[in-house]
Design a protein. Structure first.
Length: 535
C-alpha cells in the first residue's frame, strides 16, 4: 500500500499534499502549528481512524481525502463526518459508516484482520488496525494501545496472531491432563455426596424444585438465558427493522435514478428554480456529498453502488430473520415447565433441608467442572503448534525490539519483555519515543506487512541527532513507504536536503495555524470533482 496524495478542505479553503514518494519521507517545519499534525491526522481520519485533531481545528467542517495504491490499483477515498466515498477502476461506492467501509475493504481491497470479540468473530475497526503502522503525536502510551475504549491490548495481540495465521488459544498435553484429572476428582467427590444423600439424586420432579444441587444453579441459568434471549430477539428485530428501512429508502432512490434514464422525445429536464439542466444526487441530508447525475455514466455508477447496498441489506435481513426464529424456538423450549403441586413440595421439604451442606458443596463442584470443561472446549479447536507459533511470534518481535534498541542506544539499560510495558513503568526523555519506533519496526519485520509506516513527531522528547541517524538508516532499509514528521531547530534547517535516502517535504513556508488557504482550492475541487462531489 502506497500513499500517493492527501487533501483536506471545503468550499473556501484547502490543502493538498502530493509530494509523497515510495521511500522515506520526512515532513518538517521550523516551528509548531505549521500543519504537520493536521495533514497526518486527516490522512488517518480518511482511512477510518477516530479523530485526534488539534482542538482548534473543526475537522467536521472539512472533507478528508487520501489517494493510495494497492497491487497496482489506485483508490480514492474521501470522508466527511461518518460518510465515505470510495472510487477505484470504474466503481464508485458510498458508505454511511466505518462498518460499511471495512466490510467492503476486506472483500474488495485486502483482507482486514479478524478477532474474537465478545465471543463473536469481528473484522477489526480501523482505530485498531491502523495502530500496526501509525503513531500519532498525542495519546502515546507504552503500557496500552491508543483509543483503548472498545479494544484492549489483547485485541491488538490477537490481531497480530490473525495476520500471521496463528489465531486461537490452546493448552499443552500436560495442562489438558491436569484439567481432566481435576474434573475426574471433582466428579468422584460429587458422586460420593449424592450416595450419602440419595434424596439429592432423585429423578422426581418435586426434588428439582427443592434441591439447590439439582435445580438452583439450573434455574438461575434459565432466568439468565431467558433474559439474554429476550434481549437478543429485541436487538435482532431492531437490526432487521433498521436494515429493512434502509433497504426501502435505497430502493426508492434507485427508482428515482432509473427514471432519469428515460428518453424524452421532446424537451429536456430543467430545474424549476434555476433553469439548470444539471441534476445532483445526495445519499443523505447529513453526509455533505452531492453527485452530478446529469450524465448516463455517472448515474450508472451510482445505480451499481446502490444495487450492491440493496443486495447486502437483503442478505442481512434474511440472516437476521433466521436468527430470530432460532432464538424464538430456544425461548419456547426454555419456558416449557412441568406443573408441580404444593403438596408434593411439602412432602420432600424436610429431607432436602437435611442435605443442605452437601448441596452447597455440590454447587461449588458443578461450577468448577463447568469452568474446566469450558477450557477444554476452547482448546478443542486449536493445536499445540498454533500455541507454539503464537509464542514464537511474540518472542521474535520482542527480540528484534531489544536488538534494535541496542543498535539505537548501545549504552541503554532498558529491556522489553513484551509489546507493552507495565502500567507503572515510566520511561524518561526519548525512551518512550524509541520504544514506539523499535516496536513498529519489529512488527513490520516479523509479520512482513506492506502498509506505509507513519509516525507524527518521530523525534519527540529530543531524540538525539546520533539516534535519529540510526533510526533513519533502519527505516530506510525496509521496503515499506515511511512518512515521518518533525519540527527542526533553526540550526537544523535544510539538514534533510543533504541526505540521499530522504525525500524531504518542507512546511517552513506555511503560515502558522493557517495551513489551509484558497491557493489549493482549484486542485482540491478537481479532486472532489473526480469523485463527483460538489463542494
Amino acid at each position: 500500500m502506497i500513499i500517493k496524495r492527501t487533501a483536506v478542505g471545503n468550499g473556501t479553503e484547502a490543502f493538498v499534499e502530493s509530494k509523497y514518494v515510495e521511500g522515506l519521507n520526512i515532513i518538517s517545519s521550523d516551528d509548531n502549528n505549521k500543519g504537520k499534525t493536521i495533514a497526518i491526522q486527516s490522512m488517518m481520519y480518511a482511512l477510518g481512524n477516530d479523530p485526534t485533531f488539534p482542538t482548534t481545528f473543526d475537522y467536521k467542517d472539512y472533507y478528508h481525502y487520501i489517494e493510495f495504491e494497492v497491487n497496482g490499483t489506485l483508490y480514492q477515498l474521501c470522508r466527511n463526518n461518518s460518510s465515505f466515498i470510495l472510487k477505484h477502476d470504474d466503481v464508485l461506492m458510498v458508505f454511511d459508516s466505518v462498518s460499511e467501509l471495512k466490510r467492503y475493504w476486506t472483500k474488495h481491497i485486502f483482507r482486514l484482520p479478524q478477532i474474537i470479540k465478545n465471543q463473536i468473530s469481528k473484522i477489526v475497526d480501523p482505530v485498531l488496525f491502523l495502530q500496526l503502522f501509525f503513531i500519532g503525536q498525542d495519546k502515546k502510551d507504552t503500557s496500552n494501545i491508543s483509543h483503548s475504549g472498545l479494544y484492549n491490548k489483547q485485541d491488538y495481540i490477537n490481531m497480530l496472531f490473525d495476520i500471521c495465521d496463528a489465531s486461537g488459544i490452546e493448552l499443552d498435553e500436560e495442562e489438558i491432563k491436569k484439567i481432566k484429572d481435576r474434573i475426574k476428582h471433582l466428579k468422584d467427590e460429587r458422586d460420593i455426596l449424592l450416595k450419602q444423600h440419595k434424596i439429592l439424586k432423585s429423578q422426581k420432579p418435586p426434588i428439582s424444585y427443592l434441591s439447590s444441587a439439582n435445580d438452583r444453579a439450573t434455574f438461575g441459568k434459565k432466568i439468565d438465558a431467558l433474559e439474554k434471549i429476550n434481549s437478543k430477539i429485541a436487538e435482532l428485530r431492531k437490526a432487521r427493522n433498521t436494515a429493512a428501512t434502509r433497504k426501502a429508502r435505497w430502493e426508492t432512490t434507485l427508482k428515482e435514478l432509473r427514471s432519469l434514464n428515460r428518453t424524452i422525445d421532446s424537451g429536456e429536464l430543467r430545474c424549476m428554480d434555476c433553469d439548470s439542466t444539471n441534476i445532483s444526487f445526495s445519499s443523505s441530508k447529513k453526509n455533505g456529498y452531492a453527485f452530478d447525475v446529469s450524465s448516463v455514466d455517472m448515474r450508472n455508477e451510482i445505480i451499481a453502488s446502490i444495487k450492491e447496498k440493496i443486495e447486502t441489506y437483503d442478505e442481512e435481513i434474511e440472516k437476521l430473520a433466521s436468527l430470530i426464529t432460532e432464538a424464538q424456538d430456544e425461548l419456547t423450549s426454555l419456558m416449557s415447565e412441568e406443573i408441580i403441586t404444593l403438596e408434593s413440595l411439602v412432602a420432600y421439604k424436610e429431607d432436602i433441608f437435611n442435605a443442605a451442606d452437601a448441596e452447597s458443596r455440590i454447587r461449588e463442584i458443578d461450577d468448577q467442572i463447568a469452568t474446566l470443561n469450558s477450557q477444554l472446549q476452547i482448546n478443542a479447536n486449536t493445536t499445540q503448534s498454533k500455541k507454539d507459533k503464537q509464542n514464537s511470534i511474540l518472542n521474535c518481535i520482542t527480540q528484534i525490539m531489544n536488538d534494535t534498541y541496542q543498535v539505537i542506544d548501545p549504552t541503554g539499560n532498558l529491556y522489553f519483555d513484551g509489546l507493552f510495558t507495565k502500567r507503572d513503568e515510566t520511561y524518561s526523555g526519548s525512551e518512550a519515543t524509541v520504544f514506539h519506533l523499535v516496536k513498529l519496526y519489529a512488527i513490520c519485520k516479523v509479520i512482513g506487512h506492506t502498509y506505509p509506516i507513519v509516525v507524527d513527531s518521530f523525534r519527540a522528547e529530543d531524540l538525539s541527532t546520533a539516534k535519529e541517524a540510526i533510526v533513519i538508516d533502519l527505516y530506510s532499509s525496509i521496503p515499506n513507504q515511511v512518512i515521518f514528521t518533525t519540527t527542526l531547530k533553526t540550526e537544523e534547517l535544510g539538514k534533510y536536503d543533504k541526505i540521499r535516502n530522504i525525500h524531504h517535504i518542507d512546511y517552513k513556508d506555511h503560515i502558522a495555524s493557517k495551513m489551509l488557504t484558497s491557493d489549493y482550492l482549484p486542485e482540491f475541487k478537481r479532486i472532489m470533482s473526480s469523485l463527483s462531489i460538489n463542494v
